[in-house]
Design a protein. Structure first.
Length: 82
């Protein structure tokens, strides 16, 4: 399950991004989660990229979603260590 609130807080605390950029990253992760519900495994990105709805996105949006998924994965790994 995608944790937008925790992810946003983690980005604010750990990344030097502006509020606008953080909002965009959370939005792209939310979009990715709506296409393919988040699962904490190493193949999520691969399954997402094979999804028709994801493939229909512009190259720019796909790139932004890929970055958001990577950051969210980092967040989940960090949260699981705590």
């Amino acid at each position: 399950m995608f944790d937008a609130t925790g992810f946003r807080s983690w980005l604010v605390a750990n990344k030097p991004y502006s509020d606008k950029v953080i909002s965009d990253i959370v939005s792209r992760m939310r979009r990715s989660d709506s296409i393919l519900p988040w699962s904490d495994d190493e193949f999520y990105q691969i399954r997402l990229e094979r999804n028709e709805a994801y493939a229909a996105l512009s190259i720019s949006v796909r790139s932004q979603c890929k970055r958001a998924v990577k950051l969210y994965s980092d967040y989940v790994k960090t949260a699981n260590k705590s």
